[in-house]
Design a protein around this ligand. Sequence first.
Ligand SMILES: Nc1nc2c(ncn2[C@H]2C[C@H](O)[C@@H](COP(=O)(O)OP(=O)(O)OP(=O)(O)O)O2)c(=O)[nH]1
Length: 206
Amino acid sequence: MRRVRTFILASASPARRRLLTHAGIDPQVVVSGVDESVIEAGDAATLAGTLAALKARAVLASVTTTDALVLGCDSVLAFDGEILGKPGSAGEATARWKAMRGRSGVLHTGHCLIDVATGEAAEAVVATTVHFAEPDDDEIAAYVASGEPLEVAGAFTIDGLGGAFVAGIEGDHTNVVGLSVPTLRLLLARLGVPITSLWTRGRMDP
Ligand SMILES: Nc1nc2c(ncn2[C@H]2C[C@H](O)[C@@H](COP(=O)(O)OP(=O)(O)OP(=O)(O)O)O2)c(=O)[nH]1
């Protein structure tokens, strides 16, 4: 069994950091600085996987602790034949919601976990189908005015204000937030690290 001292999250995402801490893992955050705009791919899953690996490897290059793991992630929404990241403006967020309401999309999150000691990588892209509710124009306007949709891939959150406009999902909830925790357990196992060995605290307060 591999015992690892340091878990590095190669992401600026507060949502991903929160998911890890709730899962009992206390990550060090090292933002990759990868320019996502320069990467293109034919489909959402390939793009998410490619960007996750780029982020993890960019941070790996700066890591000196050998007793560490580095996790990179990237989330994109596949909707209506398009690959959607964060909306570029309030107008785009509004247009997206008027198109998405009452319909479904697939949120793909790429994961790349690298063992610094061996260089071995365990990777997975996870898809969750998201069924959107039917917010009216005033609700969309209020949501866009909150600023939240501009900060997140797909212009929605499932665990924030946007949760009111998600009618249901098929698949892993944490994957929609930005990091699939059950998939992380499997990636860690592939590298010989039980997720329970990374727990830094006892059970959550109920
Ligand atoms: N809280 C929350 N955040 C979400 C949700 N869906 C997407 N996001 C956030 C997570 C990520 O911060 C962001 C997805 O964009 P990226 O995968 O490019 O990550 P980001 O640019 O934030 O950070 P990074 O590139 O990893 O340093 O959207 C959600 O349902 N809930």
